[in-house]
Design a protein around this ligand. Structure first.
Ligand SMILES: *Cc1c(COP(=O)(O)O)cnc(C)c1O
Length: 230
C-alpha cells in the first residue's frame, strides 16, 4: 500500500470516529483531499485508493493537473480567486468554495451562463476579520452577497466555508465552528436561499475532528494525506 493510501485509510477512520462521537453518519462528511502543490502522480495514488474529491487553491495549477490526471475526480476550488481568472472556472470545477465578492459572482455567473452549466458555490467567511485573509466579515456582507446571487441564474449557493485562525486554541476553534454553524442556520431561516444551502466546509489536517463534531459536511485535508507540501 502506498503512503498516501495508508494516510487516506487513517483519515477516513478518524472522520468516521468523529462523526460517530457526534451522532452523525460518516457518509454525511465529504473528504476533500487538498492536492495543491502535489504532483499529478500523488492525485492518481489517491484515486487508486478510492478518493474522489480534490481541492486546489490556484486555478492554473489545478487546470494543468486536471489535464494530467484525466477524467474521474471531482475538483473543488478552495483558494482566493481573482475576477480576471473567473472565466477559467465554470465547467472545470464542481464547487467553488471561496466566493467572497459581488464582482466575482457576476464574472463566474456570466461564464457559467455562456457554457450553460450550473456552478455551486460556498460563501467564504472571514469572521475573525484577519487582515491577510479573504472572506466575508459580517452578516450584512453575507446578506448582500446572497441577494446578489439570487440574480445569478447559473450560480447555486450551497453553504459556507471558513478557515479559523490556525493559532487559536481548541476551545476557540470549536467555538468558531459552532458560530459558523449557527450562521448557516440563521441564513436558512431568515434569507432562505433554498434547501440546498446546507454545506459547511470547515476543518483541515489539524482540526478536522473538531469541525466534524461541530457539524462540518466537507473537510479539506492536505498534509495528513499527502505529507508536507513540496
Ligand atoms: C491548504 C489548505 C487546506 C489544507 O491544509 P492542511 O493543513 O494541509 O490540511 C485546507 N483549506 C484551504 C483553504 C487550504 O488552502
Amino acid at each position: 500500500m502506498s503512503a498516501i493510501a495508508a494516510n487516506l485509510a487513517t483519515v477516513r477512520q478518524r472522520i468516521a470516529d468523529a462523526a460517530r462521537r457526534a451522532g452523525r453518519r460518516a457518509q454525511d462528511v465529504t473528504l476533500v483531499a487538498v492536492s495543491k502543490t502535489q504532483p499529478g502522480a500523488a492525485v492518481r495514488d489517491a484515486i487508486a485508493a478510492g478518493q474522489r474529491d480534490f481541492g486546489e487553491n490556484r486555478v492554473q495549477e489545478a487546470l494543468a493537473k486536471m489535464d494530467a490526471v484525466g477524467p474521474g475526480p471531482v475538483w473543488h476550488l478552495i483558494g482566493h480567486l481573482q475576477t480576471n481568472k473567473a472565466r477559467l472556472v465554470p465547467g472545470r470545477f464542481a464547487l467553488v468554495q471561496s466566493l467572497d465578492s459581488d464582482k466575482l459572482a457576476v464574472a463566474l455567473d456570466s461564464r457559467a451562463r455562456e457554457l450553460a452549466v450550473a456552478l455551486p458555490v460556498l460563501l467564504q467567511l472571514n469572521w475573525s476579520g484577519e487582515a491577510t485573509k479573504a472572506g466575508l466579515r459580517d452578516w450584512d456582507a453575507v446578506a448582500a452577497l446572497l441577494e446578489r446571487l439570487a440574480g445569478c441564474a447559473a450560480l447555486r449557493p450551497v453553504g459556507l466555508m471558513t478557515i479559523p485562525d490556525p493559532a487559536a486554541t481548541e476551545a476557540a476553534t470549536r467555538a468558531h465552528f459552532a458560530q459558523v454553524r449557527g450562521l448557516l442556520e440563521r441564513i436558512r431561516r431568515e434569507i432562505a436561499p433554498g434547501p440546498d444551502f446546507r454545506e459547511l466546509s470547515m476543518g483541515m489536517s489539524h482540526d478536522f475532528e473538531w469541525a466534524i463534531e461541530e457539524g462540518a459536511t466537507l473537510v479539506r485535508i492536505g498534509t495528513a494525506i499527502f505529507g508536507s507540501r513540496p
